[in-house]
Write a protein that binds this ligand. Structure first.
Ligand code: ASP
Ligand code: MG
Length: 424
């Protein structure tokens, strides 16, 4: 197979006209043959589409919000294109398609499938604008509908990739295009057996880049971010962060597991399996060295702090004067698995099981409904799970000071606490 490269640009790199010009600059200087460019929805578009769904679910009018979203896209295009450019009717078209979907009834039962049909518009629109803009600027490139290449099951909102089918589709459709021009495609979306649009989970565009790179046995993946690379903590939350020049696949995967949002957790494995290096670079400083994630022998000893927001601490207490045993844990985990929830932390005591999970619409009520007959269930929402890898006393004391700590778990290398975030 020919040598290919994959670039991924997230929402922040296409959030306004200035960022589009910056993206063009980056590509103009770095675009090599056979490059696939994966883009996310512009700015906070995915959140705005989710809000449309929430309004719809509450039977509230959505017109104002959807018009605002359309204008956001059109405004940016007015700064980038001549008025007669085809992108304007193309955007109108996308939004009228979206309006038509949003006329259909939405309920708790069809929410996930409906969600994917709506939220995917963010990426479809942004990728069209990127393609059109690059072409207008003389960087000729083609557009690929990701739903033709990324095949998934029908687990809407959390679709799982069908790897073999996806690989052969990438090799066929993408390679044919890449022989001629770079290709722009959408992150985050795919399609199922029935041809319905699916999504891979929030922030899933990084994963798309990895899926494509895996399928094409690419030379490398570069994720362009608004940070200098992978840091040992989120610079928006902590001062004095340190950037890694390189990081082993395993270390990076572990940080994403704890909630480091710099890369989507599923991104690493498909790349590590084929030893494809992953570069994380800053679109604000494209000449900076960034971070290279690949096979590194030396273990990292720098302390890393990861904060995961919107956590729910749920405790299941036995009600019949027995003690917690394996079958209780099994029972709780079985329901959690059915609901496709992920346990971020588990702690057991003589009479209770405590778990920390991500907050997810409707799922808490379902979990309580099935387990309430056997357990006394309490839960606490809007918490933070803070993980420190390679901890030391100074860091952990600082993190715990003036916070209400609801749960603590320490191993030799990893320190975790669940806290109520300080009031803003
Ligand atoms: N636009 C999607 C999201 O915001 C996917 C992504 O950005 O990677 O979740
Ligand atoms: Mg996004």
């Amino acid at each position: 197979m020919a040598k290919t490269f994959v670039f991924k640009f997230g929402g922040a790199s296409v959030k306004d006209a200035k960022s589009f010009k910056n993206l063009r600059e980056i590509l103009f200087n770095r675009l090599r043959n056979h490059t696939v460019i994966v883009v996310s929805a512009m700015g906070k578009t995915t959140n705005a589409l989710e809000e449309l769904l929430n309004l719809k679910l509450e039977d509230k009018p959505i017109y104002e919000k959807s018009t605002k979203l359309k204008h956001y896209h059109l405004e940016i295009c007015r700064e980038l294109f001549l008025p007669e450019n085809l992108i304007f009717p193309a955007i109108e078209n996308f939004f009228s398609q979206l309006d038509r979907i949003l006329e259909k009834p939405l309920s708790k039962e069809n929410y996930d499938e409906y969600y994917d049909q709506v939220v995917s518009f963010g990426e479809l629109i942004s990728s069209r604008i990127v393609q059109e803009y690059l072409c207008a600027e003389g960087i000729f490139c083609l557009w690929q509908d990701a739903r033709e290449i990324i095949s998934t099951d029908s687990d809407y909102r959390f679709a799982k990739v069908k790897w073999d089918k996806t690989a052969s589709q990438c090799q066929k459709h993408l390679m044919a295009k890449l022989e001629r021009f770079p290709v722009i495609t959408q992150g985050f979306i795919g399609s199922d057996e029935k041809g319905k649009t699916t999504t891979l989970g929030r922030e899933g565009s990084d994963f798309t880049a990895a899926i494509i790179a895996h399928s094409l046995h690419s030379q490398s993946v570069t994720i362009w971010k608004d940070v200098e690379g992978v840091l040992n903590a989120d610079p928006k939350r902590f001062p004095n962060t340190v950037k890694f020049e390189e990081l082993d696949y395993k270390e990076a995967a572990e940080l994403t597991y704890y909630g480091a949002s710099v890369i989507h957790p599923k991104t690493i494995k498909p790349l590590a399996n084929l030893s494809i290096p992953l570069f994380v670079k800053s679109f604000l400083n494209p000449d900076g060295s960034g971070t290279q994630i690949h096979h590194v022998d030396k273990p990292n000893t720098v302390p890393c702090i990861v904060v995961k927001d919107e956590q729910v601490l749920v405790s299941f207490r036995v009600t019949d004067f027995t003690f917690i045993n394996e079958s209780h844990i099994h029972q709780v985990y079985t329901e959690i698995e059915k609901l496709k929830l992920r346990v971020n932390l588990l702690q057991t005591s003589a009479i209770s099981i405590s778990i920390v999970i991500d907050k997810q619409l409707f799922k808490m009520e379902k979990l309580i409904a099935v387990l309430a007959k056997d357990f006394d269930i309490r839960y606490n929402e809007s918490l933070q799970l803070i993980t420190v890898k390679n901890h030391n006393r100074k860091i952990t004391e600082e993190l715990m000071s003036e916070k209400e700590v609801l749960l603590e778990q320490v191993t030799r290398t990893t320190f975790q606490i669940v806290v109520k975030p300080l009031a803003q």
